[in-house]
Design a protein around this ligand. Structure first.
Ligand code: AN7
Length: 355
């Protein structure tokens, strides 16, 4: 199975000798979510909603970023770059480091110190990136990247690089390929707002070519403490437990609003409490392990349902943007398990398990 760029070549201008830098990203499962659907029926009187989880955690570096990075890094190679550079809340840096390494490019990464989940940090380190942790947040890191990128000595691979968005649109193609149509509603976390922009581009292109005849309403969810688009102003000190979307000045702000408005959707916020509750629900009820920021899509679905914005009998896609293994600290902290440490004694173990 080739990567996304080769599979969807018809949607790109590649020549026959294009140097694809791929780790065979994409082709991730669209998992039915019967427990989420059941909850919509029980809690919000919304029967027969068909809910699907686009499980992007099964990409090569464990997040959706690989779809954009395969294109951004391939193109950096075409353009003769020696190095790539990005700011990141973690997942972009992991993807950049992996694809950069594969392309033989030096990868330079700027991270907000103390705010990157352990798994993501471990990836950038093992792939061998050059890493600077700044005493600042993602938005400040991105400002530095923009300044350094101007020198032309390193290619920026944040989503301000248009190839990133153009690769990530393939997530929409895959959802449509499985469903045989676009969903009625598309729920997605919003941080820097690149992915909602990318999915909308993908849905529009499939509809324009007549591959599907409908387009979804786009529902994007920021974290309450980082909800710049919702509040209509930059957030100087964004905060949220969902560190992946701890972003106060989204780079694709305008295009995200266009996706919302053209589709008749909504950009709203979810509280950290709602996000953690959806995170635990997905793992504990569906058996699907995503990272906290990813659960904002499902928390958003529940919020929209409570507001009467979702129709009974409709089809819903929720993007789970990153793998739960990225953030073991939050999994352990908020986990569903009953845990005990006991002597090596069958009786006591049996008692604990109530056997
Ligand atoms: C799991 O890695 O911005 O709205 O630097 O890692 O396209 O930014 C990550 C973002 C959602 C938000 N879910 O997507 C980064 C970074 C996860 C993420 C988002 C991110 P965008």
């Amino acid at each position: 199975m080739a990567g996304i760029l080769e599979r969807y070549q018809d949607f790109y201008p590649f020549g026959s000798d294009y140097p694809f830098v791929s780790l065979e990203e994409g082709n991730t499962p669209l998992i039915p979510a019967p427990a989420v659907a059941w909850h919509l029926g029980e809690a919000y009187n919304l029967p027969d909603v068909k809910v699907f989880l686009k499980y992007e955690g099964l990409n090569p570096t464990g997040s959706f970023k690989d779809r954009g990075m395969t294109y951004a890094v391939s193109q950096a190679k075409v353009d003769g770059a020696k190095a790539i550079i990005c700011a990141s809340t973690g997942n972009t840096s992991a993807a950049a480091a992996a694809y950069g390494t594969r392309a033989g490019l030096k990868t330079l990464v700027i991270l907000p110190e103390g705010k990157v989940a352990l798994g993501k940090m471990s990836q950038a380190i093992l792939y061998g990136a050059a890493i600077v942790e700044i005493a600042g947040n993602f938005d400040q890191a991105l400002d530095i990247v923009r300044a350094l990128g101007e020198s032309g000595k390193a290619t920026i691979v944040n989503s301000i690089n248009p190839y990133r968005i153009d690769g990530q649109k393939t997530g929409a193609f895959e959802i449509c390929d499985v469903l045989g149509k676009a969903p009625d509603y598309h729920f997605i976390p919003v941080g820097n707002a690149g992915n909602i922009t990318a999915y909308w581009k993908g849905y529009k292109e499939y509809a324009e070519r007549g591959i599907v005849s409908n387009r979804p309403k786009m529902f994007g969810y920021e974290a309450e403490g980082s909800a710049a688009i919702v509040q209509g102003k930059k957030i100087e000190n964004p905060e949220t437990l969902a560190t992946a979307i701890r972003i106060g000045n989204p780079a694709s702000w305008g295009p995200a609003e266009a996706a919302r408005d053209e589709s008749g959707g909504k950009i709203d916020f979810v509280t950290d409490e709602d996000t953690v509750s959806a995170y635990r629900f997905l793992a504990g009820r569906e058996g699907v392990f995503c990272e906290p920021a990813s659960a904002a899509s499902v928390a958003g679905l529940f919020k929209a349902a409570s507001q009467g914005l979702v129709e009974a009998g409709s089809t819903v896609a929720c993007v789970l943007t990153g793998n739960g293994l990225k953030d073991p600290d939050n999994a352990i902290k908020h986990g569903n398990a009953q845990l005990a440490k006991l002597p090596a004694d069958a009786g006591q173990v049996a008692e604990f398990f109530e056997l």
